[in-house]
Design a protein around this ligand. Structure first.
Ligand SMILES: [Zn+2]
Length: 330
């Protein structure tokens, strides 16, 4: 009996140790004690940002009546036995006024505040391509988890940017535009169409649109960037099974389910737009055709975002004011 009890204690101790060591290195979970132990002089810039986040966004729409539409719009992103993921998200949605698809479907987001005012601001974008439903589900899984744990960073999750494409099962939006070639990069006017014709062989799946930021969904993402002022952006895709980073030189933490590999960025792509033009790092998560260990990846991304933001420099609000749909020259 006593021996059993001792074994139980030893097991509990080992478990605590395992939790402690993983939270020190990886976990997005932060205890208030851990925050206090590392508290230095407050960084006035990040405090200002935290204040901005604490207030409800003035630009947000009253979405009380949109829960049903939210459930309907997100339905196609999750596998049959994971439908329970939808309601908790749709219970706490917000929406920016411009966040509507070409065909008028709402594009919702949910925020999760940090226990640490020095946390970084991480914007998660799911399903920029409509035929990659698992990307939406992974973003929803992250949003669900953020609601259950206390965490170090401020997160905004937009699980589905291309609802019309999801409905049609197409990569492109309802107007046949690849949103990930439609961002107003500095080189868009000069390069986007030429690149699409020569390198892309006019593949309709990669059509960059008539003009930079011509699409409703691209304008929504730009509005999200201006509103949330992210230090770090995660864009979730399928099916290449890699982690692809546009950002400062970093050593990459090992993650069992996906290797790190550079896929490059393109005229009008999000990575080129936010990293090359604005020095906000962008991590592209390319899932395969099956779900990965999303919780572990989220913890790794939380730590990675903190280090990447530190290396790419603190951004002032003025930087985000320049991120605009109307000025491809910045
Ligand atoms: Zn994609």
């Amino acid at each position: 009996m006593i021996r059993n009890r001792l074994n139980m204690t030893a097991l509990a101790f080992a478990h605590t140790l395992a939790l402690t060591s993983s939270s020190a290195v990886l976990a997005e979970i932060a205890t208030p004690e851990a925050g206090a132990a590392t508290a230095n002089a407050p960084d006035p810039k990040s405090e200002n940002k935290a204040d901005a986040e604490a207030k409800p966004s003035e630009a947000a729409v009253n979405v009380a009546s949109e829960k049903g539409t939210c459930l309907e719009t997100l339905e196609g992103t999750v596998r049959a036995n994971h439908k329970g993921r939808l309601a908790p998200f749709c219970d706490r949605i917000q929406r920016l006024p411009v966040c509507q698809s070409t065909e008028g479907r709402p594009i919702h987001h949910a925020d999760s505040s940090s226990v640490d005012s020095r946390g970084k601001r991480i914007l998660v974008l799911g399903l920029i391509h409509g035929d990659e439903p698992l990307a939406g589900e992974m973003a929803l899984e992250w949003a669900e988890r953020l609601n259950k744990i206390s965490h170090r960073n401020f997160w905004r999750v937009v699980p589905m940017l291309n609802p019309d494409g999801l409905k049609r099962k197409t990569r492109m939006n309802a107007r046949g535009v690849d949103l990930n070639r439609n961002f107003p990069t500095k080189d868009w006017l000069e390069e986007a169409h030429g690149f699409w014709k020569k390198v892309g062989k006019q593949d309709p799946r990669r059509y960059p649109g008539e003009a930079a930021a011509s699409e409703a969904e691209t304008k929504c993402i730009i509005a999200q960037i201006r509103d949330f002022k992210p230090d770090f952006i995660v864009s979730v895709h399928t099916p290449y099974k890699v982690l692809d980073f546009d950002g400062p030189r970093m050593s990459f933490p090992r993650y069992k389910d996906l290797p790190w590999r550079a896929l490059g960025n393109f005229p009008g792509s999000l990575g080129r737009f936010m990293w090359r033009d604005f020095q906000v790092p962008v991590l592209t998560v390319e899932l395969g055709n099956t779900m990965i260990d999303a919780a572990q990846l989220q913890d790794i991304v939380g730590s990675f975002a903190i280090e990447a933001s530190r290396r790419s420099g603190q951004k002032t609000a003025a930087v985000y004011e320049k991120v605009s749909a109307n000025d491809p020259e910045h």
